[in-house]
Write a protein that binds this ligand. Structure first.
Ligand SMILES: CCc1nc(N)nc(N)c1OCCCOc1ncccc1N1CCC(C(F)(F)F)CC1
Length: 162
């Protein structure tokens, strides 16, 4: 069974999305996402797949797995799984990165042992929030608060559990 790591960026209150988009742009987060998931397997929901800009669909140099309950769905460059368990069977790398969205984070949370969270000091309206990080998790690393070139304060936090 591959290690299940989840990665997301959240604003205040855990907001991660609004109407199937990310309601901010943080170049430093995109770089972090690229570095951590490079060469790995990314697992996402069909809505997240649809929300990717064309040039990033599929995410290059990564196995892309889309979890969907639709038996007829297909996507160019995507492997299709109908459950978290099947996604893990299809994964070809030792770590799989769950990259969204809200529903998929919730479904994979019980299987996850690592969270890479970008926290933004930003108040923004949203309709989707990150999963609750309960006391089973410990902070393995947390950066200082950094001011982005887009004038948003952010930090990177790594959570782990065994
Ligand atoms: C970066 C956004 C992001 N951040 C963290 N920390 N965790 C994530 N789970 C995540 O969502 C990845 C899937 C959604 O992604 C996008 N949704 C809308 C527009 C653009 C994107 N990006 C742009 C950058 C691109 C690159 F490959 F360059 F990183 C990937 C697609």
């Amino acid at each position: 069974m591959p290690e299940v790591a989840m990665i997301w960026a959240q604003a205040r209150g855990g907001v991660i999305g609004s109407q199937n988009t990310i309601p901010w742009r943080l170049p430093e987060d995109q770089l972090r996402f690229k570095e951590l998931t490079a060469g790995g397997t990314v697992v996402m929901g069909r809505r997240t797949w649809d929300s990717l800009p064309e040039r990033f669909r599929p995410l290059p140099k990564r196995q892309n797995i889309v979890v969907t309950r639709s038996a007829s769905w297909s996507g160019v460059g995507a492997d299709v799984a109908d459950s978290p368990a099947e996604a893990l069977v299809l994964a070809t790398t030792s770590v799989v990165w769950i990259i969204g969205g809200g529903e998929v984070y919730a479904r994979f949370l019980p299987l996850a042992t690592r969270l890479e969270v970008t926290e933004l000091d930003l108040q923004v309206a949203g309709d989707t929030v990150a999963p609750l990080i309960d006391e089973s998790w410990r902070i393995a690393q947390a950066s200082e608060w950094i001011l982005s070139r887009t004038d948003i304060r952010y930090r990177f936090v790594t959570y782990e559990r065994s």
